[in-house]
Design a protein around this ligand. Structure first.
Ligand code: MG
Ligand code: MG
Ligand code: MG
Length: 309
């Protein structure tokens, strides 16, 4: 029976690429294995799809139930993120970069985790140390996974080891433009083409109570603000409709991940209050707030202060 190598539920690019890479590693070291994922191939996220297509890799086989199977986990070790019946599977290995989860085993297994930015960084070290030949296309997928998990080195989780792995993987994969590669993934991930306006507004939206006033805040992350140029008026109209539904203010964060700031759309009973909260001036429908990336850390607290909440 071949070992099913599988990442966490709702897989990201690391979970997909690490499954492919570790399945290859196991095969190269004499253990029959195949890459699996907890998702149908056509439902794989747009970023991972771009990566698979770029390197001509097949999507991992869908596996939602682990009962009775030989299983290796990558990029997680929590029951909540595992396929159904994971405790009825024969767990043979875990390779990860997260805190240790709650999955336990009845016998010793291979368990390798390091506090780095990406599982593929851990796997790259394993390939190197054991002198396993790393195919160009798998190196490409691993490279992309590291760029994705570390947000192109901008994430606080990124380590020197991730950077060193990227440097070597660029060469193996025959890639020269790291930023361009990251941008291509980011564009796929943040694509708004064909997405209904309501879905965009509610993709990541929350209502807050600010000193007795209801304030809605939504956010989408973009590679460039140009991605929403054609739909700005429709977005604004949707925010106006939301405000009519009993809200004092509705804010929508168009976050430019590359420029590291947010073009903040504002529909409010008291625009001056919102301007004051962020020390910026509205120019028509929105205002640029430099450095604003996180709703939780950078948008909500100044607003709560301004509302006296
Ligand atoms: Mg992950
Ligand atoms: Mg990861
Ligand atoms: Mg991730």
């Amino acid at each position: 029976m071949s070992v099913c190598v599988i990442g966490h539920s709702n897989p990201d690019t690391d979970s997909i690429a690490a499954a492919i890479a570790y399945a290859h590693y196991l095969k190269a070291t004499g253990t029959d294995a195949k890459a699996c994922a907890q998702i149908a191939a056509d439902k794989i996220n747009p970023e991972s799809k771009v990566v698979l297509a770029r390197y001509g890799l097949a999507a991992p086989e869908t596996m939602m139930d682990a009962e009775g199977k030989d299983v290796a986990l990558v990029d997680f070790s929590d029951i909540a993120q595992a396929p159904a019946n994971i405790m009825k599977a024969n767990l043979v290995a875990v390779v990860d970069h997260h805190k240790i989860g709650d999955i336990t085993t009845g016998s010793p297994i291979f368990f390798y985790a390091k506090p780095v930015g990406c599982t593929c960084t851990v796997l790259f070290e394993m390939f190197k140390n054991n002198k396993i030949d790393l195919p160009k296309n798998i190196a490409g997928a691993m490279l992309c996974a590291i760029l994705s998990d570390t947000v192109n080195f901008k994430s606080p989780t990124c380590t020197a080891e991730d950077k060193a792995a990227v440097k070597e993987l660029l060469a193996i994969a025959g890639e020269s433009d790291q930023d361009g590669l990251f941008m291509e993934m980011l564009k796929a991930k943040s694509s708004v083409d064909g997405v209904p306006i309501k879905d965009l507004v509610f993709r990541d939206y929350k209502d807050f109570d600010m000193g007795g006033k209801k304030v809605g805040i939504g956010q989408i992350e973009l590679a460039t603000l140009d991605q929403v140029a054609a739909i700005r008026n429709d977005l604004y109209k949707a925010l106006e409709d939301l405000k009519k539904d009993g809200r004092h203010s509705v804010l929508f964060m168009l976050t430019d991940v590359v420029k590291e700031g947010t073009d903040l759309m504002v529909v409010s009973e008291d625009s001056a209050l919102i301007e004051k909260a962020f020390g910026a001036k509205l120019a028509g429908q929105s205002m640029w707030v430099n450095g604003m990336m996180s709703r939780k850390k950078q948008t909500v607290p100044p607003l709560q202060k301004a509302f006296g909440a």
